[in-house]
Design a protein around this ligand. Structure first.
Ligand code: NDP
Length: 605
């Protein structure tokens, strides 16, 4: 086995001299002028007074009678995590499955996010799960959102998951009934159902957030969040054609991965577009293209698993023979491990490793900044669009249309970095410093609260054995075995990155989780077990393992410009996920399934 051809810049290429000290000083200056004392508190959730920002604009809510029946498995969340679990459970022979979601249909992220230009940044052949099972090959290398949403629906149809599903339904409480060994599931629709097993898969970037801009509530023009796109107002669809904006002055606030995809469309169609930027994104080449039919016809059974594994192994720093994907992610894998952890190259000293990484990073960022100069005609605008931080401080972006948009005469870039963002809003304008920008419409591309599942935020209180509240049991920090389950909370499974694995291709992580959970439940059913639950010792041991193997990324994060990756400068604690990386974690799980699964199957029925 050998490592893939790493197309990231060569650290020993001396043709480009880089003054690392000067670069470090520049990065520090750029970070310092963006750090805000209020950190995460600068944002407001789209809830309460701002709840209308989170309303479902796509599917009308229909009335129904409350449910009081019993199912075998209840899955909370109809995104890819829930769908994959439902599919794997069906394959394991489970008939009684109820899926449940706050949305009006399946799709999760891809249900809510339908803004013009939406595409997945990860190549479709690795990202869209269960392609072979559904019998589908994506039309594009990087799929548009609507194609992904339709695929989610196809998974639900293929595996008969619409059957007992409840949409527009939010779980308000989960209570373990020790008499019957069942969960009592209460919802905001008055349901009081029972389920033997409950699986939570409620996503990590789901709750839209708004900047706490003074006066935001006084704005009288039209306004919405990108994850609830108002096509009734803008016209058009995900491919663009926003003819409703032809006579409008539009503001887009935010230049993250969403802003980068939306802005070319709004720029094309609005009378005038003001882009309010606080920190520029890295914008690398996209190079999207339709799927080659010959290649599609040449695919042999098992191709998707192989491709997903290849992608994951490269990103996680494992040795592979070939890079099947060859794109902006696989060529920067070494840089990504600054934030998304994985195997560490131990053939060099830590100091040498850091030297190489910093040089590779500087060369990559220089190339990203050089591209801005190549594309953007106005030098002052180009200067403002250059990102000054290390590659993984923020989510890398890819576009062949974004930078070009700033060459349009109807597009103005307004940099807000020196003001910590937009200064205030009035009835009809956005104000930065003392300058007013009158606008008809404000579109917030300002992202999502990080990792707020109902379990962790407390909006879905969970009471386990003896009425013990889960958040109380987790008072000293999350307590799980492998991220999946907790002592005292039998037959309850969680999907997500917490104390589990992480990768940019998160559907792969979810896919492994779904297979694991389905395997455990299938074995428990076969053995007639009433309660699947890890012991306190097993949970303690896993917490110790996660802590002891944690890579400390705090020094890297502290030097980063603020954003959700480093909790707005506060820094993510070490050991949120399993640091040795997803490939090591999946090996560990496979071994556990083989040799230790019986340990959670304590109580025979
Ligand atoms: P982000 O949180 O990444 O970006 C929010 C943007 O809003 C930032 O540019 C931020 O600036 C800006 N902002 C926040 N407050 C203010 C303010 N007061 N004034 C001006 N600007 C402000 O959200 P996104 O929705 O862009 O992306 C979230 C995540 O969703 C991505 O990181 C990615 O994981 C995922 N995603 C994935 C896509 C894919 O293709 N797979 C596509 C889109 C999103 P600053 O940076 O200074 O904080």
């Amino acid at each position: 086995m050998s490592t893939p051809p790493d197309t990231s810049p060569n650290p020993d290429d001396r043709t480009e001299e880089i003054d690392l000290e000067a670069l470090r000083a520049r990065y520090a200056r750029e970070r310092d002028r963006r750090i805000r004392p209020d950190g995460l508190a600068q944002y407001r959730s789209a809830a309460g007074e701002f709840g209308y920002y989170a309303k479902d604009p796509y599917t009308p809510r229909t009335e129904r009678e409350p449910k009081t029946d019993t199912v075998e498995v209840l899955v909370i969340g109809g995104g890819f995590g829930g769908l994959l679990t439902g599919a794997r459970l069906r394959q394991a022979g489970v008939e009684s499955i109820r899926m449940l979601d706050e949305a009006g249909d399946f799709g999760g992220t891809w249900y809510w996010n339908r803004y013009p230009g939406i595409h997945c940044d990860i190549e479709s052949y690795s990202y869209m799960p269960l392609l072979e099972e559904v019998g589908y090959v994506p039309e594009w290398r990087y799929a548009p959102g609507e194609e992904i949403r339709r695929h989610a629906i196809a998974i639900a149809e293929t595996f008969g998951l619409y059957r007992d599903t409840l949409f527009h339904t939010r779980v308000t409480a989960l209570t373990w009934d020790e008499q019957t060994d069942e969960w009592v599931v209460e919802t905001d629709r008055g349901d009081r159902m029972r389920a033997r097993f409950v699986i939570t898969s409620s996503g990590t970037l789901t709750q839209p957030k708004l900047p706490g801009i003074p006066g935001i509530e006084t704005f009288r023009g039209h306004t919405f969040h990108t994850s609830r796109w108002d096509y009734g107002y803008t016209g058009g669809d995900q491919n663009g054609g926003l003819e409703g904006l032809a006579d409008k002055r539009v503001a887009v606030v935010g230049t993250g991965a969403t802003g980068v995809q939306v802005i070319p469309h709004v720029g094309r169609d609005a009378r005038h577009l003001y882009v309010f930027q606080r920190t520029p994104s890295t914008v690398d080449v996209r190079d999207n293209r339709p799927t080659d039919p010959e290649w599609a016809a040449s695919l042999r059974p098992g191709w998707q698993r192989e491709r997903m594994r290849n992608f994951l192994e490269i990103i996680a720093g494992e040795e592979v023979e070939n890079d099947l994907i060859r794109d902006g992610w696989t060529s920067t894998a070494r840089l990504q491990r600054k934030m998304i952890t994985g195997a560490v190259d131990t053939s060099v000293s830590p100091e040498e490793r850091e030297r190489i990484e910093e040089l590779v990073d500087a060369r990559k960022m220089n190339a990203i900044r050089a591209r801005v100069d190549e594309v953007v005609e106005d030098p002052a605008t180009a200067e403002l669009l250059k990102p000054w931080y290390r590659y993984m401080c923020k989510r890398p972006c890819f576009s062949d249309h974004y930078l070009q948009t700033f060459n349009r005469p109807n597009v103005t870039l307004v940099d807000t970095a020196d003001h910590g963002g937009i200064t205030r809003m009035t009835e009809d304008a956005i104000v930065v410093g003392e300058t007013e920008y009158p606008v008809d419409c404000v579109i917030f591309a300002t992202g999502f609260d990080l990792g707020v599942s109902g379990v962790l935020s407390g909006t879905m209180p969970v009471r386990g054995r003896g009425g013990r509240e889960l958040l109380q049991a987790w008072g000293m920090g999350p307590r799980t075995l492998h991220g999946f389950y907790s002592d005292g909370f039998p037959n309850l499974f969680h999907l997500g990155a917490l104390q589990n694995a992480n990768s940019v291709n998160f559907t792969h992580i979810l896919s492994e989780q779904a297979e694991h959970i389905a395997a455990v439940i299938a074995r428990g059913r076969k053995a007639g077990v009433r309660a699947i639950e890890p012991s306190t010792e097993a949970v303690d041991a896993w917490i110790r393992t996660v802590r002891e193997t944690a890579h400390d990324t705090s020094a890297f994060q502290a030097e980063c410009t603020p954003g959700y990756y480093n909790l707005e400068g506060a820094g993510l604690p070490a050991g949120v996920t399993y640091s040795p990386g997803p490939v090591a974690f999946h090996r560990l799980l496979a071994d556990w399934r083989e040799n230790h699964m019986h340990e959670v199957l304590g109580t025979e029925g």
